[in-house]
Structure formats: C-alpha cells, structure tokens
Write a protein that binds this ligand. Sequence first.
Ligand code: FEO
Length: 394
Amino acid sequence: MKPIQVAEGIYSVGAVDWNISDFHGYSTNMGSTYNAFLILDEKTALVDTVRKEFADQLLDNISKIIDPKKIDYVISNHTEMDHSGGLPRVMHKIGEDKPLYCSKMGLKNLSHHFQQKWNYKAVENGEELSLGKKTLTFLETKMLHWPDSMFTYLNEDKILFSSDAFGQHYAGPEMFDDQIGDAIMPHAKKYYANILLLYAAKTKKLLESVKEQGLVFDMICPDHGIIWRKNPGKIIDAYAKWSSHEAEKKAVVIYDTMWHSTEVMAESIAKGIAEEGVHVRPLSLKKWHRSDIMTEVMDSKAVVIGSPTLNNNLFPSVIDFLTYMKGLKPKNKIGVAFGSYGWSGEAVKFINNELEAMKFEIIDPGLKIQYVPDQNGVDAGFNLGKKIGKAVNG
Ligand code: FEO
C-alpha cells in the first residue's frame, strides 16, 4: 500500500496483509489491513503502527512523506500486536526518547509487552495534545476491546482515529466507504460479531456518551479496512443496532454429523422453520468457519444446535463452536438442541446445558433420534422446526 492522503495533512501509511486467512481464530478470507496515520502540523504525530512483520513497510511509507526522524509524537491507541508490533522498529528509527502517548492501561500493557523504557505519556480521558494548528483529544474506550483501548480525535477536522472499532478485516483496492459502498457491510458485521459483540453493553454506552457530548465525526479512520468518509453515520447506526442485540425474524441451524443422520435432522428442522415464514440457514460446521456462523448467530432470534454423540460426548467441532459462541455472549436468543446417537445419546443434554448457561430461552427439551431418522424422525424434525418458527414469529 502506498501512502494516501486521507485529508489535508493526514496520510494513511499502514500496510495491507493480503494473505492472512486466520486472525487468531477468525477467518479473514479477504485478508486485512493494519492502518496507521501520519498527521502533519507544526508537530508531526504517528497514530498507531502495524504488525511487526510490516514495520519496514510502514517506515518506507512514512519516508515517502517525511523523514521518520521528524516524527515528534507516537500515539498508541491499543496494545494488541497487530498495531503495536511495529513499535520497537519505529521507536528505534525515530528516536527512543520520542514521547509515546497511550492510555494509563496502555502504559501498563505496553511496558509489560515490550520491556522497554520508552518515554511514555499516559493520558487521562479527554486530555488534549496540541500539534500546532490541530489538536488531538484522547478518549478512553476501556474494554473496546482491550483494557488499554482508546480513540484519538482530531478536533479541528472532526476525524476519529478509532483503533479497532468500526473496522473490518478487508483488503481490497478500495480505501474509502464511497468506493466500495454497501459491499463493505458484511465485513463490518462479521468483525463486530466476532470481536465486539462481547462488549455490546460498553459499545452502547460509548455511542450514547458520544451523542451526549455532541461529538461529530466527519471521518472515521479505523485500524482495519476502509475509512468512513462519505457516511460515517452508517457504521455508527449499524453499531447502535448490533449493540442492542436486535434480532431479525431469522433462525440458524448449526450442526456437525458423523454418518449424515444429524444432517438429515438439521435439514428437516430447517424446512419446518421455513414453513413458518422464518428465514433459516442450516450450516454444517464441516463447511462453515465458526466466525462466519457467529455472524449469522448475531442477528438470529433462534439458534438451533445439533450434534451426534461421540465417545459419550459432543462432537469436537460442536464443542469448539459452543465454547466460541459462549465467549462472545450473544443475548435474547431462543435455543434448541438436537442430534442422532447410537446408544448413550448425551449430546442433546450437553447442548442444553450450554444453552442454559448462555441464558437462551429453551423452548423444547430437544430432539434425539437413535441411529438413522426414518420418516417419523424426519416428521419430528419438521414439527420441531415449525415450533421454533412459531416462537421466532412470537
Ligand atoms: Fe486490531 Fe485488537 O487489534
């Protein structure tokens, strides 16, 4: 990626990771970007760095605009390594004594991570830093999504450097929302579902506080994906909806199967749900990545989980998915379990335990079928689907 001027005196100088396909367990089929921003004024500031492997690319981009040694301040909005991994290389290049601005938790976390005695400047929420004609305000966003997370706001230009928030794991030829249009929204949704859903209550509170303070964003520059310049309100509105746990008239049937019996059950349940006019997708864990399924879960009213019983337990992929989903804390869901079994048949009970722990509304004890579903079994699945569909319709 070449440096690109995103506004007067502000350059995007980060890197594109075209080939990353697994981002700590999240499938990034379209790669990602590690955005970093250079702000030129009487003083020059660098907002965030990149993954360690891309540090030279970042410095090279900066060099096309100014000598990196002329950077006066470095701002670290977030300690996670995809944004801080390049710090040692950058600090070494620009001068180890240059002030490094971060939140108070950022100071703790960066010191712990890097064991370096950099010239840290831990800031308070709302603290300002003058660059000359332009002023930066630091906004604490604790647990969105790490304890150290913060935003940096450029007052005069009304530009928000939002760290991970409002981002998307997307690498493409486009750089701005107006260049890609609505095609970016599925990526933004997947990102929210897999990274921020757990912090929905905090997101909601933050959006309310932004509204109360009358903060206006003419541009939002996240650390991943495209920059929102034409319509930043679009992603703000989407976050307001997602953080409210609003569900569509929609169900998702998630399953794995050993000898296709649980699969037959999944499809008959899905047919019954569809019969009630509810949008439904049966998704096999063999085919779909957990992070894609989680995106479907986020705005589904009903989450139906199926597993064969294997070794007196759940199928491993189902355990994996349940663990992942539980960690992300989806709310206001109807939950139903099903599965085929040979002799012991514990899977449905174990799924119900998990659904209960997630406070899902369990509207049926669940459907167990021994060996292969016959016509009665298929009908039972269809009828269970109808029951789920009716519950979704309310
Ligand atoms: Fe993109 Fe939390 O790092």
